[in-house]
Design a protein around this ligand. Sequence first.
Ligand SMILES: *Cc1c(COP(=O)(O)O)cnc(C)c1O
Length: 457
Amino acid sequence: MDQATKTQATKTQATMNQELTRRQALGLAPAAGLALSTAATVFAAGEKPALLGGPKARKDPFPKWPRFDALEEKNLLEALRSGKWNRGQAVKSFEEAYAKLTGAKEVLATCNGTSSLIIAMKVLGVEPGDEVIVPPYTFIATINAVLMQYALPVFVDSDPETFQLDARKIEAAITPATRGLLPVHLGGNVCDMDAIPAIAKKHQILLVEDACQAHIAEWRGKKVGTFGDAGCFSFQATKNLNSGEGGAITFNDSDLRERAYAFHNSGSGLRNTGASFTYASASANMRITEFQAAILLGQMSRLAEQARIRMANGTYLASMLRQIKGIQPARQYDGCTNNAYHLFMFRYDPLAFSGLTRDQFLKALAAEGIPASRGYTPLNTQDFLKKTLASRGYLRIYGEKRMQQWAEQNHCPANDKLCTEAVWFTQNLMLSERTAMDQIVEAIRKIQNFGRELAQA
Ligand SMILES: *Cc1c(COP(=O)(O)O)cnc(C)c1O
């Protein structure tokens, strides 16, 4: 193909893609002649993968993260010059804005997402001897928040289709000791929020959402973090809303928020009883600073627009990758009306790529200019967890018999398999222009066409 034909072909493809997404958005089938597989013929047409000496599918770098402009600079300087560097006006403004954004009644900003989870566990009364149901496919902080209370994490297997906790398997894991559910909206995709709150209600147990990766994701138009007793958020550097480190908890109950405030403030509550240096509980300092809030207020001005771009690119990329044999993008449950795409996740099948292993596939993708990762390893079988649960404290609380039973039941075979198949793109890739999505598709098609050669390279 000469350059002019190629440009023309790319243009035609772009027009087709636009038409395709428009039709998909309207729930229409592709129009006749608008076959999805045209991407392969337009782009790949025998071109070699970069690893075998061909041209890179993506030459430009992907969007940098974080992004900021004069607004963050202005807010930060204001905080600096105010001379009030700890919790003050910026934090209060942020909490108000975040409550408005999520639709939560109350918000408490914290120093990070892990602390948000620990505070939620603490003020909701998760104690030693309690069991909390968790997914095995998440960032370790979810599990640590349970362990910090000397509570017992009980793992429920993943739904490989969606990468989320499999809600159909929750009830079988509930025992008289179950105190609550701690589902994670993983990758910004949303758990089954028809089923999960109903289970919590039926069994009269707590529901805390780990929404650390799912800022303004929605289930049937309602923002995540507002379905249960508390919603926990992280603003750590990689997250879709970022202040380097930072966190927040959403509540629908102002009493809970007050208790959380006291706990995160060394036990000093909001209501001044007149007596200074008196304390509500054994607690910690998990306060956020004015600087973090200043940055967050700036970042928040761009969040909705960035979320819209990620969603549009994520939806488009999933529709294109679904056409490639051996690539299965994470599905959304029907109720998910907004996926935050903190991660774009899919399953990779080497058999459809002439036996090319996942690691070889990732290497070939990297050579195309497309960074991707293998993602998590199973958490329910981590060595440190075995050691923790065999510790003096845990044995004293739960006894040999319960720990034995826990070990026997602690199997998540679907998740074990998922961890061997998963591939992730991080959220900043989803902030690219649309052609970047086509380049990702092109790269994967090239790799597939040359799977055998790459496997031997
Ligand atoms: C990032 C993250 C956390 C912890 O947040 P930090 O701010 O890093 O402490 C907890 N859970 C999940 C799912 C996360 O992705």
